[in-house]
Design a protein around this ligand. Sequence first.
Ligand code: AMP
Length: 218
Amino acid sequence: MKKELIMVGPPASGKGTQTKKLAEISGLKHVDTGSMLREAVAAETEAGKIAKGYMDKGQLVPVEIVARIIKERLAKDDCKNGFILDGFPRSLEQAEILDSILAEIDKDGDADLKVVYFEIPVDNLIERIVYRRSCPDCGAIYNVKTMTLKKEGCCDKCGAKLVQRADDNEETAKSRFNTYFEQTAPLIDLYDKRGKLVRINAAGTIDEVFENLKAVIK
Ligand code: AMP
């Protein structure tokens, strides 16, 4: 049966890191709307130019833009055997859009949808965001406060110079948390009522959380 996973949790709760690891061992396609939007911003497409203003403020990009991006992405061949959504849906309105996309692409009814909720106290997450760096070449994510890198400022996996996301500063991070609690957190109740929600303790080390994740998605 085709697996479809949705990762839900506050900013910097580890969704991206865990999804990358899971995609590597499962063959499920990692679909990350934040990265797709950052690519559109960097390429200065029409959608990217509009998205940038919202992303810089820590707000949700207009739903029409995200809906189009995600619809096109999920229709591609590499999603046919299943996917992991990281960063979508992010509101009740987007959940409805996803319902209609899935109704279209899963007509044969052979899909198993699970929503993984990353449970974690939010107190230290702003600090995680401020110290987060990522590799522009291979996508690896690091915390430069807690991790010792082989060469300072460079990716341990491929050696590229690490970069900081434009929205990984304290002010924008605070706004991203408000957006999360107001617009995204209601998804937890929605998917719980539908019997689709599984919870994981996301407060441990990367390896511990990964074990928790693998245990719930079997
Ligand atoms: P992320 O990389 O998931 O933290 O997303 C970074 C930013 O991209 C968010 O703060 C939003 O501005 C935007 N974004 C990502 N996914 C969505 C989405 N599903 N809907 C609206 N905006 C999004």
